[in-house]
Design a protein around this ligand. Structure first.
Ligand SMILES: [Zn+2]
Length: 84
């Protein structure tokens, strides 16, 4: 009985290892991987740019104010807009 369970566990581990290997090969040795990395780079830079207020400078993500429209705003800009 324990051999069957062990065989099942080893088969699942083999499938996971082969899947991981395929994923890494696709990610690092194909044009698809380059495209995915370029997309990740764009998102990372966009996220970093969203944290910089053009007037008040860089802000921490936890300090930003989320508007009802879903956009985020620098807390100082929000104070100026909402309370004058
Ligand atoms: Zn601001």
């Amino acid at each position: 009985m324990s051999e069957i369970i062990l065989e099942g566990v080893l088969f699942v581990a083999l499938v996971a290892a082969v899947g991981t290997l395929l994923y890494l090969v696709v990610l690092y040795f194909t044009p698809v991987g380059v495209r995915l990395r370029q997309t990740r780079n764009r998102r990372r830079i966009d996220r970093a740019a969203d944290l910089v207020c053009p007037i008040h400078g860089p802000r921490a993500a936890s300090d930003l104010v989320r508007l009802t429209s879903g956009e985020t705003l620098c807390p100082d800009c929000y104070k100026e807009i909402a309370h004058g």
